[in-house]
Ligand binder design. Structure first.
Ligand SMILES: Cc1cc2nc3c(=O)[nH]c(=O)nc-3n(C[C@H](O)[C@H](O)[C@H](O)COP(=O)(O)OP(=O)(O)OC[C@H]3O[C@@H](n4cnc5c(N)ncnc54)[C@H](O)[C@@H]3O)c2cc1C
Length: 458
């Protein structure tokens, strides 16, 4: 009998309960589906680039065990049931996910597999705490980070991460799956050709050079970052707010695609000095909190959490939006961040807050326009953290950051890029005759934003 490991956002062999369950039950076939699920967002461009390379790395690691990665696309219900039937699998295991459209799809698949006598098993692993287990004293979900973080601290601590399963075997090479023999899926060239057919890499214009230079998608790249964590955390408290320094873990895309588990990240932090390790674990809990909110607010990416903002006077201006996207606003720190994003697929957290504040307050363009751009261009874009943080900065979310907190990009630059190294790196024309003129007056636009806010605050 064979087992299916349905690979989703858990592209790793270490600390993977879904893979472990499948492997324990029998020879494993890994399946990845390019899914069409109603209500779920199609991946953005940078995420597709990442996933292409991460799947390539996973297939290479699994090939050593004779385990194929079978690629399918379409409705996951149809695909998975078909593959289970074709291979006669008696076990299907997957890591849970928390966005409503996927939860509903998974529940249906599980019920129908059970009906056919298949042991369908969903296991935790993407988060440290299942979102429904963290509740207020009044048995409600949390809306504020600090008590949520305290409740997590009071909950039973996550278990230690697990190693790669001892036994990992694939099925007989002549087994047929998705129309081909397993040995076909196992051949590097054949797998690559099928993956290429998904069309996830840039074709006309190669915009991914900066991504390739910066990142190594896949478990090996993720574990290399994890190995560096102790060094990063040695100065994390001092450096993590400084975009001019390489002061943070850079684990976010690896966590996003499950190339490391949050348990492993948390566990690795324990090797570091206490203060920084605690700060780092608090950051991991921001990730948890974002998913906690998305679990309870499935429309987080499209609807204001605070309904009073439904009547807010957002502006529409395609040209200004484009200037922001391209890093051509004439505001140095904003342009540096937006150019860093375009080139590398990431942006320092401090600068993310500044560019988001600038878009939603100084330009008064809707936070959704910014969220959508980040969704397409960030390698760590996720369904929870991205809209959650956008709503947090915009002031439309349910956390404490008020709308009237408008970041001043110039003050932020003085504080967090005091020697101008970050800005010079991305905006070489800053401070020269070629510098762009600002597209907006910071002071006047701040006041206009505050006035617009007063109008909805009642
Ligand atoms: C407007 C905006 C949009 C954002 N969109 C995303 C997104 O789509 N995906 C994403 O992972 N993060 C997002 N963030 C949060 C944060 O900027 C990144 O997680 C962080 O910059 C990643 O770098 P790092 O891994 O070096 O972080 P570290 O400082 O090393 O932090 C460790 C981990 O904690 C988590 N984390 C840290 N801060 C946050 C936070 N504010 N919210 C949620 N998780 C956090 C991440 O998983 C991160 O890898 C966004 C922030 C803002 C202001």
């Amino acid at each position: 009998m064979t087992s299916i490991w349905w690979v989703r956002d858990d592209l790793r062999l270490h600390d993977n309960a879904a893979l472990a369950h499948a492997a324990q039950a029998g020879p494993v076939i890994a399946v990845h589906i390019d899914e069409r699920v109603e209500g779920a967002r199609p991946l953005g461009g940078a995420s597709r680039w990442w996933l292409h390379h991460s799947l390539t790395a996973l297939a290479a690691d699994l090939r050593e065990h004779g385990i194929p990665v079978v690629l399918a696309s379409g409705d996951p219900h149809e695909q998975l049931l078909r593959i289970a039937q074709e291979t006669g699998a008696d076990t299907v295991a997957w890591q849970r996910r928390y966005h409503l459209p996927f939860r509903e799809a998974d529940a249906r698949i599980k019920a129908d597999l059970h009906d056919r006598g298949v042991d369908a098993r969903s296991v935790p692993g993407f988060l440290l705490h299942e979102p429904w287990t963290v509740r207020t004293g009044a048995d409600q979900p949390y809306k504020v980070y600090s008590p949520f973080a305290r409740a997590c601290a009071d909950a039973p601590p996550p278990q230690s991460p697990q190693d790669v399963p001892d036994r990992l075997d694939g099925p007989a090479p002549t087994t047929r799956v998705a129309g081909h023999e397993v040995r076909t899926w196992l051949r590097d060239g054949d797998f690559a050709e099928r993956l290429d057919a998904r069309g996830w890499l840039p074709t006309h214009l190669d915009w991914a050079g900066g991504l390739r230079a910066m990142w190594t998608p896949g478990e090996a790249g993720a574990r290399a970052r994890l190995d560096d964590l102790a060094d990063v955390l040695a100065t994390y408290d001092e450096d993590r707010d400084r975009p001019d320094r390489d002061g943070t873990s850079r684990l976010s895309p690896h966590l996003r695609f499950g190339e490391v588990s949050p348990r492993e990240a948390r566990h690795a932090s324990r090797r570091s000095r206490a203060g920084s390790a605690e700060t780092f674990r608090a950051e991991l809990l921001w990730r948890e909190f974002a998913w906690h909110r998305l679990f309870h607010l499935p429309d987080l990416a499209t609807a204001n959490v605070r309904a009073q903002f439904d009547g807010f006077d957002w502006r529409e201006d395609a040209e200004e939006l484009r200037a922001w996207q391209r890093g051509r606003t004439g505001i140095d720190l904003v342009d540096a961040g937006m150019r860093e994003l375009w080139e590398t697929g990431t942006m320092h957290n401090r600068v993310r807050m500044v560019v988001a504040s600038f878009l939603t307050k100084n330009l008064r363009l809707h936070w959704r326009r910014g969220e959508e751009w980040f969704w397409d261009t960030l390698v760590d874009a996720d369904e929870a953290s991205n809209p959650f943080n956008w709503q947090w900065v915009a002031g439309t979310g349910d956390d404490a950051a008020p709308y009237f907190r408008v970041f001043n990009p110039e003050r932020q630059q003085e504080r967090f890029d005091p020697h101008g190294a970050y800005v010079r790196r991305w905006v070489p024309e800053a401070g020269t005759d070629d510098a762009l003129a600002p597209i907006v007056d910071l002071k006047a636009s701040r006041q206009e934003a505050l006035d617009a806010y007063s109008a909805v605050k009642g």
